[in-house]
Design a protein around this ligand. Structure first.
Ligand code: ZN
Length: 146
């Protein structure tokens, strides 16, 4: 269990447990993995103990490209205290090619550069000595303006 955060920020950190540990360990290695049901083949995110479709507990992880599109987004101007230094920041719903929709941050982009349908690619944000978060950044023409 990761419990320490050596930065002065009180930023909350994920606490990997048996089901989620493969996701966080892959992120530490800059690999993006998504849980998959080995019985019905559905991709699953967030990680769970059983498949939400067929209730199988025969689940594994597969590495995916991390390419996606923005389904929707919001810009946070008034964040909780732990994230005050990062505002404004963008929180988005990103659709992956495997059908997974996940909540994530869009990094290195101004709010005016974001649009629904924009192409994004996974990247990695080190938030402590032990935790790396998968985040996303714009790709294509929108990303090349800055
Ligand atoms: Zn299933």
């Amino acid at each position: 269990m990761i419990t320490t955060n050596n930065s002065p920020s009180p930023r909350p950190l994920p606490r990997p447990e048996s089901i989620t540990r493969p996701y966080w360990e892959a992120a530490r290695q800059h690999r993006f993995v998504i849980q998959r049901c080995l019985d019905c083949d559905r991709s699953i995110h967030y990680p769970r103990a059983i498949c939400p479709d067929c209730l199988s507990d025969h689940l594994g992880y597969e590495e995916v490209t991390g390419a996606g599109t923005i389904y929707s987004f919001t810009v946070t101007y008034r964040p909780p205290p732990a994230f005050a230094d990062e505002a404004p920041y963008i929180v988005a719903l990103v659709d992956l090619a495997n059908g997974v929709r996940l909540v994530t941050r869009i990094v290195d982009a101004a709010p005016e550069d974001i649009s629904i349908g924009a192409n994004v690619l996974v990247d990695y944000m080190e938030v402590s000595s032990e935790v790396i978060l998968p985040v996303f950044r714009l790709v294509g023409s929108a990303a090349q303006q800055g």
